[in-house]
Design a protein around this ligand. Structure first.
Ligand code: F3S
Length: 394
């Protein structure tokens, strides 16, 4: 793989141990994927942040890099395993908290912005169309490629960090225009009315398309909430890192003649909803997977006005969206009801299975997928129903 003089110097260790290690990771990756060269990236989003996923080995790796490593481009973080400030109120064990704070401290020394959100595009890390980036969180990757038109592969923790420390990533996969073409046309033959419909549909299609690129026809409108729900669902049941929606996403003007196709009907939508539901009455309600937008927070506040929650209700969002919510007056209404903002974290990366909950109600297919893997039962329902469920009690 071709390296510039500056990149050769990094590889030779002339810019420090961490940069050398990062360059070794990128060169090894580039060789595996036959990349001709590296490409500069404008931002990085790192997904390995929760101590629940990283463990001691991950913490040790980060601490070693933090001795002399520094981010060269804007670097933001995925959710951690707890709120960085209110972890006690979340019931988090102090042993876990100590390790999680050590992880955050290492990222801080590395020069990352301590954002801890899976919607960096709502919290100050929004790339432009055509920009090369190196992002890790799967839903954000799918959103960035598909909705924004930026270019990123689905980076693992070490490769995203390596991109941060060098400002580069190997030029392969979705960085190349020829790899961004649809592999499967999906004709949507039913009305998708709510973000949850997009979530269920994405979960259903993700299982069929696996790591391909679906091209959706028949969707006439989809806003930010629908697109982020679709991104997360496709990336959780499959390995989708990019999709197109005819007439709506920026690279959807492509020729799909001859591409394999299938239909998605109202029956499929019903089936998708039912495979995401277990038996049981919810004892925990969590919304905001991916992290809530301000519009979703506004809806929650409207539903909770003069209400009290009887079950634990987590509203997962970024600190930036919470700041906007404070300003708009939504936060006071939500907190007065007894619901909690879960900042810096989410229902999946926090160890909620250890907090004694058994059945989680959520409006996200992705959350259902991972919570089930963690041994919890799930109920999939629209945002409005989730909030009402939390106020009902058993
Ligand atoms: Fe975000 Fe956690 Fe869902 S990281 S996409 S809220 S699983």
């Amino acid at each position: 793989m071709y390296l510039t003089d500056e990149e050769e110097d990094m590889l030779a260790g002339e810019e420090g141990h961490a940069t050398q290690k990062a360059m070794q990771i990128l060169v090894a990756l580039g060789k595996i994927y036959d990349a001709e060269r590296l490409v500069k990236v404008s931002s990085v989003q790192v997904s390995g942040v929760s101590y629940k996923n990283l463990g001691d080995a991950g913490l040790e790796f980060l601490s070693e890099l933090a001795r002399d490593g520094k981010a060269r481009v804007k670097t933001t973080l995925n959710p951690a395993g707890m709120s960085l400030t209110d972890w006690r109120a979340q019931g988090i064990d102090s042993g876990f908290a100590e390790k999680q704070l050590a992880v955050i401290d290492a990222y801080d020394r590395l020069g990352a912005e301590i954002t801890c959100t899976c919607t960096p595009y709502l919290a100050g890390n929004e790339p432009a169309y055509g920009e090369h980036i190196a992002w890790g969180e799967s839903s954000a990757v799918a959103y960035a490629n598909s909705v924004i038109g930026a270019r990123t592969n689905r980076e693992g923790g070490p490769s995203a960090l390596a991109a941060s420390l060098t400002g580069r990533t190997p030029l392969y996969g979705l960085h190349l225009i020829e790899n961004r073409k649809p592999t499967l046309v999906v004709d949507i033959q039913t009305l998708l009315r709510f973000p949850e419909d997009f979530s269920a549909m994405g979960y259903f299609v993700g299982r069929l398309v696996k790591d391909g690129i679906p091209y959706f026809r028949g969707i006439t409108s989809a806003g930010l909430e629908e697109m982020k729900s679709l991104s997360a669902a496709l990336a959780s049941s499959g390995g989708v890192a990019m999709f197109h929606v005819e007439g709506l996403t920026p690279e959807s003007r492509v020729d799909v003649a001859g591409t394999e196709s299938l239909s998605f009907t109202s029956r499929d939508l019903g089936e998708a909803g039912s495979i995401l539901n277990d038996e049981g009455s919810p004892d925990f309600v969590a919304v905001g997977c991916p992290h809530c937008s301000l519009k979703e927070v506004a809806t929650i506040a409207e539903l909770l006005e003069d209400q009290k929650v009887k079950h634990e209700l987590w509203v997962c969002c970024s600190r930036e969206v919470k700041r906007q919510s404070d300003k708009a007056g939504y936060s006071g209404i939500i907190e007065k009801s007894g619901a909690k903002f879960a900042l810096d974290t989410c229902m999946v990366v926090a160890p909620i299975e250890e907090l004694g909950y058994r059945v989680v109600a959520t409006n996200s297919a992705k959350a259902c997928h991972y919570l089930r893997n963690a041994g919890l039962k799930v109920r999939f329902m629209p945002l409005e129903e989730c909030v009402v469920e939390a106020t009902k009690g058993s």
